[in-house]
Ligand binder design. Sequence first.
Ligand SMILES: [Ca+2]
Ligand SMILES: [Ca+2]
Ligand SMILES: [Ca+2]
Ligand SMILES: [Ca+2]
Length: 366
Amino acid sequence: MRSLLKIALLLTVAFAFYACPSDDGGTSIVVRNELEVYNENIDQIEEFLHTHYVTIDADYNTVFAEIPEGGSQTPIWDMTELDTIQRKLNDINYVIYYLKMNEGQNLNPTPLDSVYASYKGIVFEKVTEVVGSVSTTYTKQTVFDQALTPTWFKLEDVISGWSEIFPLFKTGDFSENPLNGDVSYSNFGAGVMFVPSGLAYFNEEKGLIPAYSPLIFTFGLKGLRYRDHDGDKVLTKDEYREPEVGDIVDYVNGKVNFKKTAKDTDGDGQPDYLDIDDDGDGYLTKTEVRFTYVDGGQTITSYYPFQGATTDDPSTPYDDRRGIPRKFTGPIVSPSTLPSPIEADFTDVARLRRHLDKTCKPPYQN
Ligand SMILES: [Ca+2]
Ligand SMILES: [Ca+2]
Ligand SMILES: [Ca+2]
Ligand SMILES: [Ca+2]
């Protein structure tokens, strides 16, 4: 019974991997033991890291080459830019090696946001060639997919390796050439990830990727779009809580189950980033985070950001330093009125936002 269940689970894992970067269908073959495959993959990756060096140009284009006999090149394994993250999936402690060539300087995505990324995907395998009585073994690299011009991806929809590694990088700057419209990017997040097949396509053959192949992705994070999954005007990045140390990260079909670790203010099983009434008080979050202002004689409805700006922009007819307020804490003028607002209600960093506060019911004062 136990082994049947295990087989059923493995089959689920095997057939439900998401495709990245492009899903052109794949062929699944016999399902092998996941731990056995992982151990094999991590050996392949570590051997590659020990035997290869990398050259990187000013745009972080990356080329890997085998260190020749007696060569003095620094193996990737010894580079200070090499780091790891660990993720537990199906009782296996997965390690993802990655190179942080440049962290980037602006914004980083959560695993639920969209990234605008250029990338190159590489598979590698040991090949032995025999000519006469001489046999030579070398590592053959094959680029199976690449996008030199950045492309949009929802990190939720792509292989786990991507949704785990991209949030560790930030976007940079870009400028457009007014003469030809060419966009150039600078100081963006640029790296390389070495992904075991269990966090990619596992037993699927996809185009030039054989089943059970660990993958290398070089990538540049050129832009990102913060998403608002539930359309409640609070960005997912402010509703979703990143797993913290000690959290058990839950996986479904080889993908992080974001719903499990995300915060759920009202405990109704619907995490905040998918809940249109986060505190379960019967009033939509969207109505709890909005405010109105008058501009040119017209009353306009807008929505507070989660966190206000550090300085007020004089060109806007409202105070940009204000974010979603907490329950107002100012004086009660008469027994029939609600507490009046004070400025700290909009700016106190540690405040409980009113859409998360069950005791704070409409009507709201602006
Ligand atoms: Ca939202
Ligand atoms: Ca909820
Ligand atoms: Ca919500
Ligand atoms: Ca509510």
